[in-house]
Design a protein around this ligand. Structure first.
Ligand code: ZN
Length: 276
């Protein structure tokens, strides 16, 4: 009887988590996007951009992995993540979002890519293996792209200079640190031909948006919760698949390497390989 009661509670909590997630993802459209959609003049002016160039390879509707906070500061952790991804031959479906000069907390330029040649060499090797190198802010300070237009322009140009100096001049995707943007910064990014990925939408350079499901399950995930979160992820993924919503799996090298994070990634990719 006690066993039955525990199973009932587990099923009930999974159902409520999943329903909650679905409800949130269907209803939480950010104000930035709403305002952007209303800005039809801006969208018309930019409709010349080719959206096709910005579509990620998404055969069989496989999830796309988004690795955040790619910085020499987390070199060791990144290698551990890459080992798991390579085990499942998933490079072609993985995007690495690089911080050009991590200064959070301030570190006097220690993590500037230009001063970390070994790390840059590693990123180029990964690029050759099929990983995509993209941009995740500039210094990754608190809400750094929630700023006035001029400031945003300066940060973006500084970020691009570092990336170009390191041989990465083909950037087309941007994830703002902490997902924080405003209409001014969004406009700057789109004008620079970036496709912006947020938690439930992707915004193309021409201003059009597409609904996505973008989830992170491995933020300091405790070992004992791995199986529960796997069930949650599988239900989310099947829901996205059924409704033809592209599914993105976000992760941070410095938090996934804690507790059961890598075990989760292993098991999730195994499940994906068996399903798709
Ligand atoms: Zn970040």
């Amino acid at each position: 009887m006690k066993k039955l009661l525990i199973s009932f509670i587990v099923v009930l909590s999974i159902t409520s988590i999943v329903l909650g997630e679905i409800f949130i993802s269907e209803n939480s459209s950010s104000n930035i996007i709403k305002e952007n959609k209303n800005n039809s003049k801006y969208i018309e002016n930019n409709s010349k951009h080719d959206v096709k160039n910005h579509n990620v390879k998404n055969n069989n509707e496989k999830p796309i992995i988004l690795v955040h906070d790619v910085s020499p500061k987390y070199f060791k952790q990144l290698k551990e993540v890459i080992n798991v991804i390579n085990k499942y031959h998933y490079a072609n479906h993985t995007m690495l979002f690089v911080i050009p000069d991590l200064e959070n907390p301030p570190s006097g330029g220690k993590w500037d890519l230009r001063r970390n040649k070994e790390f840059v060499k590693y990123l180029h090797e990964l690029e050759r293996e099929g990983y995509k190198i993209e941009l995740h802010g500039y210094k990754h300070t608190f809400h750094e792209f929630n700023c006035p237009k001029d400031e945003c322009l300066e940060k973006l140009h500084n970020a691009e200079i570092i990336m170009r100096d390191c041989g990465f001049d083909n950037l087309s995707f941007f994830i703002p640190p902490a997902w924080a943007l405003n209409n001014d910064s969004l406009k700057v990014l789109l004008e620079h031909n970036y496709t912006v990925i947020l938690t439930n939408e992707i915004i193309y350079p021409n201003g059009t948006t597409k609904k996505i499901m973008n989830k992170e399950y491995t933020w300091y995930l405790k070992k004992e919760y791995v199986n529960l979160y796997l069930i949650k992820a599988e239900i989310n993924y099947r829901y996205a698949l059924k409704h033809h919503i592209p599914f993105y799996l976000s992760l941070h090298p410095q938090t996934i390497t804690y507790g059961g994070g890598l075990e989760f990634l292993n098991k999730f990719l195994k499940f994906i390989n068996q399903t798709t």
